[in-house]
Ligand binder design. Structure first.
Ligand SMILES: *[C@@H]1O[C@H](CO)[C@@H](O)[C@H](O)[C@H]1NC(C)=O
Ligand SMILES: *[C@@H]1O[C@H](CO)[C@@H](O)[C@H](O)[C@H]1NC(C)=O
Ligand SMILES: *[C@@H]1O[C@H](CO)[C@@H](O)[C@H](O)[C@H]1NC(C)=O
Ligand SMILES: *[C@@H]1O[C@H](CO)[C@@H](O)[C@H](O)[C@H]1NC(C)=O
Length: 209
């Protein structure tokens, strides 16, 4: 019996050795993530992020969300909607306890992209991109059977998440495959560059409802 116990604890030690522990929200219905539990992760990073809502997210940091340790800001601008949020990735046990705030102000940068007017008829409205937004994007949003174009500026880290298979985790029926490109006003002509599924943006979803 003692041997069995000893073997069991050695096994437990061995199998969890090397596994990073991260805090994870235990109540998916609680947007503040007030209660967390420490869980073993197969990723090398832990993640904490606060997205518009606000909604606090703490979990294992998949590589696409956490390519390396550090802070990131994700951002999207359009005539209809401006969103930005922060994330922090770290690589020591339970290091993702911080609750981040939403970015307050982002200054405009030199990139310009096309966006649509309030009636979604004219998509030749030029907007100035902000902060780390370094791409122009173009997609369609379907809501209540109506499909409307959706154009604007976005940061490439946001687009990378959208392009990853993380996209399938958050099913978002309203956003079609979208395209993005680099360079001012490059998002006028239909789909040239890379395509991806915009997912992440349950925030978009909430804002369009
Ligand atoms: C990352 O963000 C946190 C919370 O906003 C801040 O305390 C920390 O200093 C930042 N770290 C770096 C390396 O910028
Ligand atoms: C979003 O920001 C752009 C400038 O980057 C601005 O032209 C637009 O009016 C803003 N939209 C909203 C809904 O605040
Ligand atoms: C669309 O908006 C742009 C910028 O405001 C304007 O120059 C253009 O004339 C508009 N096009 C139409 C068809 O209304
Ligand atoms: C958006 O819808 C229009 C009209 O149905 C289509 O021509 C266009 O290719 C679509 N664009 C994207 C990026 O899916």
């Amino acid at each position: 019996m003692q041997l069995l116990l000893a073997l069991t604890s050695i096994w437990t030690l061995l199998s969890s050795a090397g596994a990073l522990q991260c805090l994870m929200c235990t109540d998916a219905a609680d947007p503040t993530c007030a209660s967390t539990a420490s869980v073993p992760c197969d990723s090398s990073q832990c993640l904490t992020a606060t997205v518009p809502g606000p909604l606090v997210y703490k979990a294992c940091g998949q590589p696409v969300l956490c390519p390396s340790a550090g802070n990131q800001t994700f951002s999207l601008s359009s005539t209809a909607l401006n969103i930005s949020f922060n994330s922090q990735c770290c690589n020591t046990d339970n290091c993702n306890g911080a609750t981040l705030s939403l970015p307050t102000f982002q200054s405009v940068n030199s990139l310009q992209c096309y966006s649509c007017d309030n009636y979604n008829r004219n998509c030749s409205i030029r907007i100035q991109c902000k902060g780390g937004e370094d791409r122009c994007f173009k997609t369609n949003v379907t809501n209540g059977g109506i499909t409307l174009p959706f154009l604007g500026c976005a940061s490439s880290n946001l687009l990378q998440i959208a392009a990853s298979n993380l996209g399938s985790i958050v099913p978002f029926p309203g956003l079609s495959t979208f395209s993005y490109c680099q360079g001012s006003l490059c998002n006028s002509a239909p789909a040239a560059a890379t395509t991806a599924h915009l997912l992440l943006v349950l925030l978009l979803f909430s804002l369009y409802h």
